[in-house]
Design a protein around this ligand. Structure first.
Ligand code: PLP
Length: 425
């Protein structure tokens, strides 16, 4: 008899995502430092946290009840104030912005709201792992193209990871519905240049393709790099859906509020998905985020503006971890943005015995053994590649550096002690 209770075939074999697996691992191995998932191990700005406690305990009982489904009125208004000057267009808070359950749901609504069965979606590798699942969920066909590391030695930055233009152009065809562009990029920290975005935008226009622009790391860009919003390129307003995240913006990833903005025609399609599967997001958190935005917008032109000060706060952490990794045998890619470092670990291969680890991919074996032996947990980048290309991630590990200085110092010490012990053997 057919098994009626199994996972529908379109969801694949239902593998655990890397996040589920590595959170479980962190609980099991209890590494001294967890540089795995992307979140800070210290508090968000005080005004952000107070905005939530004041809202929950405030006089207005409605602040704890359902709010407008497509976004709390005050929040969409403040998001319009935040983004309108940045994209040189007056965003209509009612019809051009949708508040979602994290950027995750904005991606989900954008993909499910546009992709028909058989449509192709171009995904740049390495990619945030849920894109693949969401495309398949909609009945679409992901077409992958990897960024290639054009420089293998000396100082490597995320700008050294590039798309092959010919290969990209070759993927576009009459079945292509969408391309997903993640800039600034997770995990590499690449900030796509104007030339790169223009090349992609021209292909989108030539083949009448949508661009889903995942920009959740928009505020963590290190000087002299500048983030460019795809929607600001000529004629891209017609075909771009931009995704942002309050969790990333205010260092409160557990609040799980995100958003999308786009022209009203595209937005309507996202709204249809959202209203039938989430309907409305947490009211007090939306209220708190709108207060936090108000606070920041009032000091937009000062050095304290969090959207600018965050990158200044993170840059020394990035530089510290780059040096610690380099001194301890890794070959890291210096990220131009974001809070992750992807580092090649192959020079350490003769110091670490992976033979007892059971995983199929080397980076899974390396990160697990490294966590057990050194006490530092990182993420295996093969998780960010399609099945056919997982080997491209195997020589790397991803480290998150939005962590307390003392934990980054501890990481450095643990790696140094381990290296010294290994050299004596
Ligand atoms: C590239 C990218 N997009 C989207 C998300 C999801 O963001 P959120 O936590 O707001 O759902 C993440 C989270 O790490 C991410 O790295």
């Amino acid at each position: 008899m057919a098994d009626k209770f199994k996972l529908p075939a379109r969801y694949g074999d239902g593998e655990k995502s890397v996040w589920v697996e590595y959170i479980q691992l962190a609980a099991e191995y209890k590494p001294a430092v967890n540089l795995g998932q992307g979140f800070p191990d210290y508090h968000a700005p005080d005004h952000v946290l107070k905005a939530l406690s004041n809202t929950a305990l405030g006089e207005n009982p409605l602040a704890n009840q359902y709010t407008r489904g497509f976004g709390h009125p005050k929040l969409v208004q403040n998001l319009a104030k935040l983004y309108s000057p940045l994209i040189s267009r007056n965003l209509d808070p009612q019809n051009e912005i949708l508040v979602t359950a994290g950027a995750y749901e904005a991606l989900y609504s954008a993909i499910l709201g546009h992709v028909e069965v058989g449509d192709e979606v171009i995904v740049i590798e390495p990619f945030f792992d849920c894109y693949d699942f969401m495309i398949k969920c909609a009945g679409g066909v992901p077409r992958f193209i990897p960024l290639k590391q054009k420089k293998k030695s000396g100082t490597i930055t995320s700008a050294d990871w590039v798309l092959d233009e010919k290969e990209l152009a070759g993927l576009f065809n009459s079945k292509t519905k969408m391309i997903i562009v993640n800039t600034p990029h997770n995990p590499l920290g690449k900030v796509f240049t104007m030339e790169e975005l223009t090349f992609i935008a021209n292909l989108c226009k030539k083949y009448n393709v949508l661009c889903l622009s995942d920009e959740v790391y928009e505020w963590m860009v290190y000087e002299p790099k500048k983030h460019i919003r795809m929607v600001t390129l000529p004629d891209m307003w017609e075909r771009t859906i931009t995704v942002g995240s309050a969790g990333k913006t205010f260092s409160v990833t557990g609040w799980k509020i995100g958003w999308a903005y786009a022209n009203p025609k595209l937005m309507r399609n996202l709204q249809v998905i959202h209203q039938n599967c989430v309907y409305t997001c947490c009211t007090p958190i939306q209220e708190a985020i709108s207060k936090a935005l108000e606070y920041e917008l009032a000091r937009r032109d000062t050095p304290e503006y969090y959207m600018h000060s965050l990158a200044r706060e993170l840059q020394p952490k990035r530089d510290f971890l780059i040096k610690a990794l380099t001194d301890n045998g890794f070959n890291p890619t210096i990220p131009e943005a974001g809070y992750f470092i992807v580092a090649d670990w192959t020079k350490l291969a003769n110091k670490i015995d992976l033979s007892k680890e059971k995983d199929q991919y080397k980076d899974y074996r390396f990160t697990k053994k490294f966590a057990k032996e050194v006490g530092v947990l990182a993420i295996p980048p093969a998780a960010f590649y399609s099945k056919e290309h997982k080997h491209l991630g195997e020589n790397y590990a991803r480290f998150c550096f939005i962590k307390k200085d003392e934990n980054l110092a501890l990481t450095e010490k643990l790696m140094r002690d381990w290296n010294e012990k290994k050299s004596k053997l």
